[in-house]
Design a protein. Structure first.
Length: 135
């Protein structure tokens, strides 16, 4: 990261299941069959942003109750590469924590804010748009 207080975001290509154009989400995707979660994180971040990362720790588990998808979120440290766009991410940017809520949908912003708070791993559920209170 250019500064320790900033985080990498990608704007996904327009797609039916992705946030509206202009909104950001964390880089990510689906694991290859024989791939470890850490290797998948490294590969997806590089493919989508051009940044090489070292995986630090699991910071959250997020279940989309509408689509039956579970996302694992890891905090990473940049280790090389050059920021670039891709067919999956036509825009890549670094945001401060204060910018996250304005530029990311609630269900994506909480993943980043949870990763930064150091109190994880967090377990949360959402309906694709809004968090579902625990309990």
């Amino acid at each position: 990261m250019p500064q320790a207080s900033r985080s990498l975001r990608a704007r996904p290509a327009t797609h039916q299941q992705l946030p509206p154009l202009g909104r950001r989400e964390l880089p990510g995707g689906v694991l290859e069959l024989n791939e470890t979660p850490e290797a998948g994180v490294t590969r997806e971040v590089w493919e989508e942003t051009g940044i090489q990362v070292e995986v630090d720790e699991l910071t959250g588990v997020y279940k989309n109750t509408t689509r039956a998808i579970v996302a694992l979120v890891f905090r990473c440290k940049p280790s090389g590469g050059t920021e670039r766009t891709s067919s999956e991410s036509p825009a890549v940017s670094w945001l401060t924590p204060d910018e996250v809520s304005d530029r990311m949908a609630e269900v994506y912003a909480i993943r980043l804010l949870d990763a930064l708070d150091g109190n994880g791993p967090h377990l949360r559920s959402h309906d694709g748009k809004h968090l579902i209170p625990a309990g």
